[in-house]
Design a protein around this ligand. Structure first.
Ligand code: OXD
Ligand code: MN
Length: 613
């Protein structure tokens, strides 16, 4: 018996197809040994990582790591979706033939784990027992212990998830090989990295990074790209980069669930972890289900549209997380949570961590503080105001650590969805909330979601960088089919969800102040939406949706001027007319866009041209 066989036996891994897969890649990558991992191994692996200096202590049961300095973010340019069918090429999925990509990845991975342990991480991207479980099983192989520590926090990890299943071959094969990070030419014409999802073979091959966004294959490559493709091919579900929350009205006892997509830097995690404003806390309770991924399907038994968060943890952006913006997130990484911080600033004497926006000013006493690259702050030259933490620095913690985690977060049945919202950061045009009570118009709104270009290179003034349903980096099949699949899946639900577009970021054109207080007060827009759905308010119909009247919005305890309120509850017709031209160009890129979507577009355009608007 070989060492690999012994290791698989020792790890209790019996599934013959998983064993065959591990054997194949252990040989190809040249790993020195193999180790099967379960969540119960966390304490030992943490200790090993501490002993090896891969992580540092960051307080009671908290840990800190730095990634290689050229390996700190997802690389969209190096991320590819491959299949054997050229018809799978879309606008955003960077499609390349699998016959080209697979040999290329095998070549790069060959022998690249020599001298390292190959960890075998069987996982499940769903609450156990979920009807979507067959799509949720995976086995990640990785040669980086830090990746294992993240996987244990972000997914349910254990051999039990791939044993005794109805079909031993139904698991996603995720191979992660770090490579020689210092010699991969990141960002140069000679970039060696490739992050490939071979979607029609349910195989993920990622080479050249150990940063979470590229290396946690369960989360991003499987949970979004692979799952979206599987959901389309099977016709069974949608996989979206959506947050998921519950709102309970304690007075009526009714519980509602809302999911939705937001392009990056549009406040998705803060919204997902929202607490009610003080004035509404007695009446409403907000529960957290997830901040990043939702899988949606229609329950065959009762026809309800339901959703789960397939993840087990939160991989949140640290920047600007503080007591005001997101107290819930701070508690979720408090003492004893076993949270991991990556690329924030670290004090080697006190073991504290800090990031930009954690407090208004960095710690005054710089003794012991090192920036995310490991350089001493005390050694900085006068005037060096480089951020202490990387802007994409992260915290990783399990869902159960979030103080307002939903009691039902682990329920295999998921939760019924009442509303689907989209929201991008825009300084004008988009009102606080506009509701859409038509499926095709809701999908159309999702497809035309965008956030404002933040610097010149990204777009023209006022024009959005479109990010359909916030899935632009995760699209795995053509957009026209994606729209069609949405209409089909959601259209099959007995009760249709209401859609809405929200925007917390309108600014005064003169002095730039935010017109809406944001954060906890955002709940008010969601409460109005639910009332609208229940027929308790009627709103005001506009060309782009239904907007609350000032009286309908619960504003108890809100500090907002009458002028600002009027602005956030109105739409600017000339801007919208201009926007329709950009939308048309955006949609024209997509082949096979369903006629219903074009009709929705034309309906909005015609309504905007109505002189009565
Ligand atoms: C992302 C993430 O990059 O969730 O979107 O980490
Ligand atoms: Mn995300």
């Amino acid at each position: 018996m070989t060492d690999v066989e012994q290791a698989l036996d020792a790890g209790g891994l019996k599934n013959p197809r998983v064993r065959e897969y591990v054997r194949h890649w252990a040989e190809l990558t040249g790993a020195e040994c193999v180790e099967v991992v379960s969540a119960a191994d966390d304490a030992r692996l943490i200790q090993e990582a501490l002993d090896a200096g891969e992580i540092l202590p960051a307080g009671d049961g908290l840990y800190y790591a730095r990634s290689y300095e050229k390996d700190t973010a997802r690389s969209e340019a190096r991320t590819i979706v491959s299949t054997g069918d050229p018809a799978d090429k879309g606008v955003y999925n960077n499609w390349r033939p699998s016959s080209e990509m697979k040999p290329m990845l095998e070549e790069r991975m060959r022998g690249a784990s020599a001298g390292k342990t190959m960890y075998v991480v069987p996982y499940l991207m769903a609450p156990p027992g979920s009807p979507l479980e067959p799509y949720a099983r995976g086995v990640q192989l990785t040669d980086a212990r830090i990746v294992v520590l993240h996987m244990i926090r972000m997914a349910r990890v254990g051999v039990e998830f791939v044993e005794n299943t109805e079909s031993p071959d139904t698991f996603v094969r995720g191979v992660h090989v770090t490579g020689d990070l210092e010699n991969l030419g990141q960002g140069t014409p000679n970039d060696q990295r490739y992050f490939v999802t071979v979607a029609d073979e349910r195989t993920i091959l990622h080479f050249g990074s150990s940063y979470g966004g590229n290396a946690l294959l369960g989360k991003i490559a499987h949970g979004l790209r692979q799952a979206a493709y599987d959901g389309w091919k099977s016709g069974a579900f949608l996989a979206e980069q959506f947050m998921l929350i519950g709102i309970t009205d304690k007075q009526t006892g009714k519980a509602y669930h809302i999911c939705g997509g937001f392009p990056s830097a549009s406040g998705k995690t803060n919204l997902a972890m929202l607490l009610p404003p003080d004035a509404l806390g007695d009446r409403y309770h907000v529960e957290f289900y997830g901040d990043d991924i939702a899988w949606l399907w229609v329950d065959r038994a009762d026809g309800t549209l339901r959703a789960i968060n397939p993840e087990f943890g939160v991989f949140g952006v640290a920047k600007d997380t503080n007591e005001n913006t997101n107290p819930t997130a701070l508690q979720s990484v408090g003492p004893g949570t076993r949270a991991l911080f990556t690329n924030v600033a670290y004090n080697e004497r006190t073991h504290e961590v800090w990031w930009e926006g954690r407090t208004p000013q960095p710690p005054a006493d710089v003794a012991g503080w090192r920036d995310w690259k490991g350089n001493l702050i005390a050694d900085r030259r006068e005037g060096d105001d480089e951020p202490w933490a990387h802007p994409n620095s992260r915290f990783t913690t399990t869902l159960a650590n979030v103080p307002n985690i939903a009691a039902q977060f682990d329920s295999p049945r998921g939760v019924p969805i009442d509303a689907i919202i989209f929201g991008g950061r825009t300084r004008n045009r988009e009102p606080l909330v506009r509701a859409i009570d038509d499926l095709a118009e809701g999908v159309y709104d999702g497809l035309t979601l965008g956030a404002e270009a933040t610097f010149a290179a990204e777009g023209v003034d006022g024009q959005l960088r479109y990010d359909p349903m916030s899935m632009r980096p995760f699209m795995s099949y053509p957009e026209g089919h994606y729209a069609e699949h949405w209409l089909k899946v959601v259209g099959a639900a007995k009760d249709q969800p209401i859609f809405a577009h929200v925007n917390w970021f309108q600014r005064d054109p003169d002095d730039g102040h935010f017109l809406w207080p944001g954060y906890r007060d955002n709940l008010r827009a969601l409460l109005w939406l639910l009332k609208l759905k229940n027929g308790e308010v009627a709103g005001r119909q506009t060309a782009v949706g239904i907007i609350p009247t000032e009286e309908e919005l619960n504003l108890d305890g809100v500090d907002i001027s009458a002028d600002d309120l009027r602005t956030v509850l109105s739409i600017e017709i000339p801007r919208w007319r201009k926007e329709m031209e950009f939308r048309e160009q955006h949609l024209e890129q997509f082949d096979n866009l369903p006629e219903e979507i074009w009709k929705a577009h034309r309906r909005v355009a015609t309504a905007l041209d109505d002189p009565g608007q």
